[in-house]
Design a protein around this ligand. Structure first.
Ligand SMILES: Nc1nc2c(ncn2[C@@H]2O[C@H](COP(=O)(O)OP(=O)(O)O)[C@@H](O)[C@H]2O)c(=O)[nH]1
Ligand SMILES: [Mg+2]
Length: 279
């Protein structure tokens, strides 16, 4: 990773988030198709337990992804939400860094916009697409997760279902009321399964990437780096603990705690000062 860090160059990082089943993976699949047609090299980070990329979805989706899995310029890295030793930010950050070092032009990060970690990870993207579907109370979910403020492009997918038009109007009205920024988020209708509306989505991505402010990008990048740094340190400290404090010592302390001779807080302080003395 040290060497990989030394040779990374910035790719465009697109975050795609939304409730499960809204069509994020289908949309990513469409984006891959369009970016590949333009000769771009692509890395995918799928942080989505229900993602076809991570093997959780129905067969039809998996088959659809297959057309890209034989393309050597498309690399898909799936990761589960939980179970990462150093945390999700580190795992996602490492995947993005590796893609950047490998010369990918675009990195697409798909996350379910439900857990706090997932939302935080998607916030690190250069551009954020929030995927909604007509009806289904998605609007309320969006507000809850606080992604209303961070979306650059709202994608109303499944526009073949009733209510897309109404939702687009409501969303636009809400945005015009709530935000004073000159560049309002775009609201685009799509039918991802048919590729409908994808030209507009691509045009918005390209237009917004051109006008992205440098300082804002730096802030986001630095936030990712600060998370990674902390996660890497936590992992190293964890390793230090298991290496330098033998299990027998832990067992002895646990025994003392059990017999009410001491408590975990006092023991932790003692063990930490011991670790420090050793250095
Ligand atoms: N009717 C309709 N179905 C769609 C559309 N986009 C995706 N789907 C279907 O919705 C389901 C969930 O899609 P998926 O991409 O896995 O959603 P994700 O969980 O957000 O990644 C799949 O069965 C898709 O075929 C759309 O625009 N219209
Ligand atoms: Mg998915």
């Amino acid at each position: 990773m040290k060497q990989i860090f030394a040779c990374r160059q910035d790719a465009v990082v697109l975050g795609i988030t939304g409730a499960p089943g809204t069509g994020k993976s289908t949309l990513v699949d469409q984006l891959i198709g369009r970016l590949r047609a333009a000769g771009r090299r692509i890395g995918i980070v799928a942080v989505d337990p229900s993602s076809p990329f991570s093997g959780g979805a129905i067969l039809g989706d998996r088959i659809r992804m297959m057309r890209h899995s034989i393309d050597s310029e498309v690399f898909i890295r799936s990761m589960a939400t939980r179970g990462h030793l150093g945390g999700l930010a580190k795992a996602a950050g490492e995947a993005i860094t590796i893609f950047e070092a490998a010369g990918k032009d675009y990195v697409l990060v798909e996350t379910v916009g439900v857990g706090q970690d997932e939302v935080e990870v998607v916030k690190l993207a250069d551009l954020i697409l929030v995927v909604l579907t007509p009806g289904a109370g998605d609007e309320i979910q969006t507000f809850k997760a606080g992604i209303m403020e961070i979306a650059d492009i709202f994608v109303i997918n499944k526009a073949d279902h009733p209510g897309a038009e109404k939702m687009q109007r409501q969303l636009r009205a809400m945005l015009e009321m709530g935000l004073s920024t000159p560049d309002l988020p775009a609201v685009v209708q799509t039918v991802a399964t048919k590729g409908k509306g994808m030209d507009e989505v691509m045009a918005e991505i390209e237009r917004r990437m051109l006008t992205r402010d440098g300082p804002g990008q730096e802030v986001r990048r630095k936030k990712l780096l600060s998370w990674m740094l902390k996660d890497v340190m936590r992992e190293k400290i964890d390793r230090l603990i298991s290496r330098d404090i033998p299990a027998s010592v832990i067992d002895r302390y646990v025994d003392e705690i059990y017999h009410r001779q001491t408590d975990p807080y006092t023991v932790a302080d003692e063990l930490i000062s011991r670790l420090k003395e050793k250095r």
